[in-house]
Design a protein around this ligand. Structure first.
Ligand code: ZN
Length: 73
């Protein structure tokens, strides 16, 4: 299934696949998990996909939903 099909958007699906198979790392506290837990939060900042662990996701939920870059936290 390696056919080259045009992706409708520049959204990186390959990155998405990588996230599922590779360890996820929290962009805030650096916690890692073998698989991306459903409780983790995904935030896109400047086109880059960042993940936040359960704790950081809850702590900074408002900032994440407000689409503020983590640099502002
Ligand atoms: Zn964290």
């Amino acid at each position: 299934m390696d056919q080259k099909t045009q992706q409708p958007a520049s959204e990186d699906r390959s990155e998405d696949r990588t996230a599922r198979s590779a360890p996820a790392e929290c962009a805030r506290c650096g916690a890692t998990s073998e698989n991306l837990p459903i409780t983790w939060t995904c935030s896109v900042e400047g086109g880059e996909r960042l993940y936040f662990c359960d704790y950081c996701g809850r702590t900074h939920l408002r900032s994440i939903e407000g689409r503020l870059n983590s640099a502002w936290w």
